[in-house]
Each structure stands twice: as structure tokens, then as C-alpha cells.
Design a protein around this ligand. Sequence first.
Ligand SMILES: NC(=O)c1ccc[n+]([C@@H]2O[C@H](COP(=O)([O-])OP(=O)(O)OC[C@H]3O[C@@H](n4cnc5c(N)ncnc54)[C@H](OP(=O)(O)O)[C@@H]3O)[C@@H](O)[C@H]2O)c1
Length: 159
Amino acid sequence: MISMIWAMDEDHLIGKDDKIPWHIKEDLLYYKSKTAGQDVLMGDVTYFSLKGYYKNRPLPYKTIYLATLDKNLKIEDENVVIIYDIDEFLKNVDFDLFVVGGRTIYRLAYKYADRLFISLIKGHHEGNVYFPITDFSDFGLISENETELVKYQIFERVK
Ligand SMILES: NC(=O)c1ccc[n+]([C@@H]2O[C@H](COP(=O)([O-])OP(=O)(O)OC[C@H]3O[C@@H](n4cnc5c(N)ncnc54)[C@H](OP(=O)(O)O)[C@@H]3O)[C@@H](O)[C@H]2O)c1
């Protein structure tokens, strides 16, 4: 099963340069509850941004499949597997995988996703990176929970 998980606000904003535009602890905890210890796919911009947050602490995933087109990129971490061809990789995934961003990787992975975990952050924020897809009609809502700050939705592919 391939799942995508992201947080976006009412304008579909997901980033401010290479960072998340808000700091909402309950959403971070939700994100962690879904992805900690899981196999994840991310782009190199997101990877280096997360490394900035975690500094010397290890990132909380099982294996990180790191997408890049840079053949010179070397990461000295046995939990990181570099992926040059996302289509080839996603076509052959036979285990549970979370796609965790960023914008480019969401766009490339969307057609392979079975489930979407969306945190709809209430309000409008400052930033410059938007979620690349606006039409979610291939998916049906299977769960929704709302707090004062966030609406947590899970969608499953219907076509
Ligand atoms: N709100 C959220 O939930 C959330 C989650 C994650 C990220 N984000 C935001 O998303 C933004 C980052 O998105 P981004 O698009 O700049 O970066 P990204 O998706 O993290 O990484 C993009 C990189 O992927 C590589 N790539 C591109 N096409 C590829 C392909 N066909 N196969 C393999 N690798 C490929 C390229 O690496 P090379 O340039 O090295 O070739 C490209 O620079 C930030 O603002 C971040 O905060 C938000």
C-alpha cells in the first residue's frame, strides 16, 4: 500500500522555502504517529530540510527512499536508499510506504497512491510552495476528525 501524507492550509499552501509554514504540535504528533518507524519516500529538498530540524539525531523512519536526480549525491547512512527513477520504484513497491514530500515528489507519486492522509490546517499562512494537485476526485473520504486547529482526513482511491 502506498500512502501520501501532508499538511496544507486553506490555500493548499505546504511550504515556505524549504520549511513548513506553521508550527502546530498536535499535527506533528499526528504525522509522527503515522510515519515513525515506517518506510518513507522523500525528495532531497525535504530530506535536507528535515536533517536541519533533527541535527545529529536520527530521522524517525525505518528506511528512507531518497529521490534525487543528482548522481553525485552520497549519503552515509545505512537507512537511506537513493532512488533515481521514481516511476520504476513506485511501480514495484510491494510493501507499505509513506510518501512524505515535498511538492515535486507528491506530484510524481500521486498516481500511485492508494491512500491520502491530509491534515487541513485551518486559516491562511505565509509561504510560497503549494500542493501540486487540486482535484482529488479519484479518492473517497473514509475518515475525518476535527480539532480547533486541524481537520484530519483520510482518503482511499476509488478509481
Ligand atoms: N506541508 C507538508 O506536509 C510538507 C511535507 C514535505 C515537504 N513540504 C514542503 O515541500 C517543499 C519542498 O518541495 P520540493 O519540490 O522543493 O522538494 P522535494 O520534493 O523534497 O525534492 C525535490 C527533488 O527531488 C528530485 N527529483 C525530481 N524529480 C525526480 C525524479 N523524477 N526522480 C528522482 N528524483 C527526482 C530532485 O533532486 P535533485 O535536484 O537533487 O536532482 C528535486 O530537487 C518545502 O517547502 C517543504 O517544506 C511540505
